[in-house]
Design a binder for this molecule. Sequence first.
Ligand code: FDA
Length: 534
Amino acid sequence: MKPPNSCVSVAFVVLISFALQSSSSSHEDFLQCLYLHSPNATSFSKLVFTTTNSSYSSLLHFSIHNLRFSSDTTPKPLVIVTPLRPSHIQASIFCSQRHGLQIRTRSGGHDYEGLSYVSHHLPFIVLDLINLNSVQVDRHSATAWVQSGATVGQVYYQIAQKTKSLAFPAGVCTTMGVGGHFSGGGYGFLMRKYGLAADNIIDAHIIDAKGRLLDRESMGEDLFWAIRGGGGASFGVITAWKIRLVSVPPSVTVFRIPRTLEQNATKLVHIWQSVGSKLDKDLFIRVILQRVNVNNRTTIQASFESMFLGSVGKLLPLMQDMFPELGLVREDCVEMSWIDSILYFANFSSGSPLEVLLNRTDLTNGLFFKAKSDYVRKAIPEDGLEGIWTMFYEQEAEFAIMILNPYGGRMDEIPEDEIPFPHRFGNLYKIQHEVYWLEEGNEAEERHINWIRRLYAYMAPFVSKSPRAAYLNYRDLDIGVNNNNGHTGYDEASIWGSKYFKNNFKRLADVKTNVDPLNFFRNEQSIPSLIPSH
Ligand code: FDA
């Protein structure tokens, strides 16, 4: 006898039909409002996609970079707006507020937890900035204005079209959107020399909850501080950034040296931990750990990947002095332009035209994954590393990787409160833990997520504590989420906030309270307003 179940089903049907009715009416009202408040409704309507539009689904999926958030059961936006100008964004904000909709802003769609296109608090719309993607480089002033919907690859491409002596210190994956990447930090192979992308932003345009289009001067230094590393999504819609370009020599030197356990990988990783952050600022060596098959034998491989801002001739003595154990020789090294090093580390095949940097899709569009991050302040002993290897032999770790990213150099010089990104002096390196899988379904997802959570638990004694620090751009909802439809109180939000921002979290909450007191721009990990929720 199961009467409660039938009861639940009836209630469920009523609930669903109510939700559908209210969502269809709110979305029609929203559309009417949108067209009423935009200068040219006919041309704007071509930029607005509802679920009945034949392009809705392809547009939504085009910028999804984690298949975990593309299933039929993933909550979908009522409407996707692809603005071409600020007035389209202003109308979207105004009408969303009027009709009780939330906004998710998407630039490149790489958010690890899909927060730029999924909301569990319905109903919501997506502002997809894909059309706002211009990049204007001025090589004389060594600056550029970049719209938020541009990808990092487009930025690199446009710089390379103008000059070979300038670059920008942003990330390795070229399909990332500038909007999320810059506002969350943004690091790449130039970080030990020049810091993060967010450290090199000199102006920005943002549209706030009141619909005002502000630049650095009119937004004020507090808000300008907050959006450089505090994440954009809590504060408004950032439409463009002015960036400071940095100098690079005509050619750089790259190498990639894989070493398995049989080739002394454990010892080399152990040594690298103490050396990577002490090297010359011009030299960046990261390590990628994964399980591999060599001659039908499964083993662990540590791949040492490096870029040096100079010639092979200068690099070899530096390596001999600081890291002779790696055994680097001239034949391991290739000299190339900085822009070719971007293609090299983004794994484009050699000889690819620079135009591949303009692609907006890549391998991650077809994979499921979960990632987490950690900071290491004291070298992990060899037996600690061996425990990681043991976990990598488990079935779920077939496509798992750990990326160890050296700090030091410029990262040590920038004060922790210069921008909201606080992970500076004292960090030897950052770890990204990542597990990928190919099978669809809850069972596969659970197994792989459990695996990475166990790895994270295993790592606890070896990594930063109080707080156990994390990198915002490697979004991880396991470390805490806002409750109450995103209206969490400050203390509760501090659980995850202190991990991403350390002592900068309080100032972020103050800025939020000033610019968006009613907490319109919110998500599962948005900065809380200090005004009590309603
Ligand atoms: P997405 O559009 O998903 O936005 C991310 C967050 O920012 C969301 O909360 C969103 O609402 C908000 N947002 C986006 N645009 C906004 C705007 N204009 N105004 C306000 N809020 C906005 N990181 C790194 O530092 N170095 C690296 O090398 C890499 N490599 C890498 C590879 C791959 C394959 C992935 C999937 C990710 C990385 N990352 C990374 C992490 C990356 O920096 C992070 O996911 C960024 O947030 C991506 O920015 P998108 O604009 O693509 O994300």
